[in-house]
Design a binder for this molecule. Structure first.
Ligand code: TXA
Ligand code: MG
Length: 343
């Protein structure tokens, strides 16, 4: 049985937080909201609790978890930090940035998929921070979806994936960002961007003089290639019908969609501005053309919705790679298994 409790995202209720933290302390699983997506939390120092996360998600055990801390300095207990970590922390924490550092022995191998590094994140969401504080330890949490489905950007997604698999779900409403955190692996003076998110490449460059974008952010992995982040090798967020990304001028893409809706059983993921010209029954509106944050915020709901429409194919605009667009591009290109149609 999974208990579902509602909580105000800005002022978490003390009694509920304490009950949730008791579950974490005794090795149970609690899904909780963060500013990016919902996390599926367990005690990050308890090897057995971490194993329960993998079982509940159906996640391969070589795909490591992010540990969540309440304050940037708490990283010292679990990882070997450096000056660049504190520069990034000053600029972006608490917030949607995850930093990969060499791990200390306090984090069991089952949390890091056997790697000698650990991913550390200090979320800004009040419910997440209060839960970590009350638990008195770091909380290991992947996104609270079943492995292979889109990350949950609202409680309904978690409820649909995790009911009867975990002890508690804290419903704190819709997540502000809706896409997972930016992940960087750092050395003393440089960073590799492994997963783009709301902390953009340009923002990172303001703090860190050298930022390399891993080619796996935009390109398919070569046959047999071992990625820097194990998560990169899995085809996340895959809808059941093939998703095809349309690369062309907005007007040309819209003209293609208009034609496609007459001849194919297709779902269309379109901009607000397109909607009036499309009379397709299987229309999903992503957000305004120029508002990439709004599009990012609805992407995972759009992908979940597209699965329910029983279409033979799903068409969407290929996003630009600038700003938070790079994060959208990265999630969509993988959901599409790199299928792009030039218009
Ligand atoms: O926004 C987020 O980051 C959300 C919320 C809940 O905090 N969490 C999240 O976790 O997206 P997850 O497990 O769904 O994605 C974590 C990614 C995976 O692709 C994993 O392979 C990578 O981080 N990762 C974790 N530890 C790593 C490590 N030590 N080295 C390289 N990649 C790592
Ligand atoms: Mg995930």
């Amino acid at each position: 049985m999974t208990e579902i409790i509602r909580m105000d995202a800005l002022s978490p209720d003390r009694e509920g937080i304490l009950r949730a933290s008791e579950i974490i302390k005794r090795g149970g699983l609690v899904a909780f909201p963060t500013e990016t997506v919902y996390g599926l939390g367990a005690d990050a120092t308890d090897a057995e609790a971490a194993k329960k996360i993998y079982a509940a998600k159906g996640r391969p055990s070589d795909n490591p978890l992010i540990i969540h801390i309440a304050d940037p300095e708490d990283a010292e207990k679990y990882a070997y930090t450096n000056e660049l970590y504190y520069k990034l922390a000053k600029a972006f924490m608490p917030g949607p940035l995850t930093v990969i550092l060499p791990k200390r022995d306090s984090i069991p191998a089952s949390v890091t998929g056997g790697l000698d590094s650990v991913a550390v994140r200090c979320p800004s969401h009040a419910v997440a921070r209060e839960l970590i504080r009350a638990s008195g330890r770091a909380i290991a949490a992947p996104s609270a979806n079943l492995s292979g489905s889109p990350s949950p950007s609202c409680a309904e997604h978690v409820i649909s994936d995790m009911t009867d698999r975990i002890d508690m779900i804290i419903d704190g409403g819709k997540c502000d960002i809706g896409l997972e955190s930016t992940i960087v692996k750092i050395s003393e003076d440089s960073a590799i961007l492994l997963r783009p998110g709301a902390v953009t490449y340009d923002a990172l460059l303001c703090v860190c003089p050298k930022v390399e974008i891993s080619h796996a952010v935009t390109d398919a992995l070569a046959e047999g290639e071992r990625p820097l982040s194990p998560g990169m090798k899995y085809r996340h967020y895959a809808p059941s019908a093939p998703l095809i990304l349309l690369d062309g001028k907005d007007g040309d893409v819209l003209a293609f969609m208009k034609k496609a809706q007459q001849s194919e059983n297709c779902a269309l993921i379109c901009y607000d501005e397109d909607a009036v010209s499309l009379d397709n029954k299987k229309l999903i509106i992503l957000g305004s053309k120029d508002d990439l944050s709004a599009q990012a915020n609805s992407l995972f709901s759009a992908l979940r919705q597209s699965d329910k429409l029983d279409a033979d194919v799903i068409y969407a605009h290929l996003p630009p790679k600038e700003g938070i667009g790079l994060a959208l591009y990265n999630r969509m290109i993988r959901a599409a298994a790199h299928t792009v149609k030039k218009i």
